[in-house]
Write a new protein. Sequence first.
Length: 364
Amino acid sequence: MNVLGIETSCDETAAAVVVEGRDVLSSVVSSQLDIHKDYGGIVPELAARAQLTAILPIVRQALAEASIGFREIDAFAVTYGPGLAGSLLVGVNVAKTLAYVRDLPLVPVNHLEAHLYANWLAGAAGEVDFPMVVLLVSGGHSELILMEGHGRYRHLGRTLDDAAGEAFDKAARLLGLGYPGGPLIQQAAEDGDVARFTLPRAWLEGSWDFSFSGLKTALLREVEPWRLPQEPVEMDPQFPFTPHRPPTFQDGFPVADLAAAFQEAVVDVLATKTIAVARETGARHIAVAGGVAANAALRERVSMTVESIAVGERPKVTVPDFTFCTDNAAMVAGAGYFLLRRGEQAGWELDVSSRAALTRREMS
Ligand code: KG4
Ligand code: ZN
């Protein structure tokens, strides 16, 4: 079965063709980085407008790169939430139209479930052994989920404040590194001395939740003495958005060491809690997913920490291919295939849900 996936939940416009939830024939992602970088974050109105102009050429490109005709598609899968309402509307309406024209199934995909199913793409997970613990870490979410089977989820923990990716993004802004923060912090940390600064970890003993706001404040405290005063920003009355001006620092600002200490603090908590919860639940498989799963230190740490578990009881660890960690439509098409197999399909009344949770099936 060939599924065409569409993803427009935030600032990426993506379309992909995936066969049987695993084989990726094409995956096209158009990023709006250039549009938002001057603001230090995503401006929702600009994101929605850019989705509108990008979507049809991206769908066409996905079909062309898959060397497949529109008539060879068997179903359309689209992210309906969570995300930015204006951006989501674009994808949902295009998918609805395509499915209507071809009289084919329209599959509504939750963005979090899509991230999770990125682990099936390109055979990354191989044979999956349930129950599986999923660490889902992106710009909007940090969740520990127990997946007991396809579509059977139990929530174990979530962030009480910032998501892990959001923490990376905010830290990068404090360090004057730019946006998106994750890859820039990872890059800066490569030259850093991880032991020079010790930043706090919120272990939240007795729960599987996360918290990153204290870490962000601690980083701010280290950065503050190095910051140079900023000139006031002059607003253009014709343009309603405040331009972002990166901070400037005194010579010798230890940006690499601070980036390394920050990354270490986040990775330490994520990896330690994931392995601990896998132990407690007797999980046979650990999967990491979401944009932060692209972080090399996190990937390495989860694989390393799992070695502390005795060989016979050690869960298998999988992480999607780098390109399928951050937002893409292959993961939407992949999840769409598994949803359709379970009979999940939307009617033409499908609407976006900017705060959709992974609650449809057994999530507490
Ligand atoms: O999954 P994603 O593309 O979008 C959301 O659903 O939010 O995740 C984006 C997030 C951003 O916060 C970005 O900084 C983070 O993933 N990210 C990373 C890395 N690459 C992307 N964080 C840490 N290390 C990376 N290499
Ligand atoms: Zn995402």
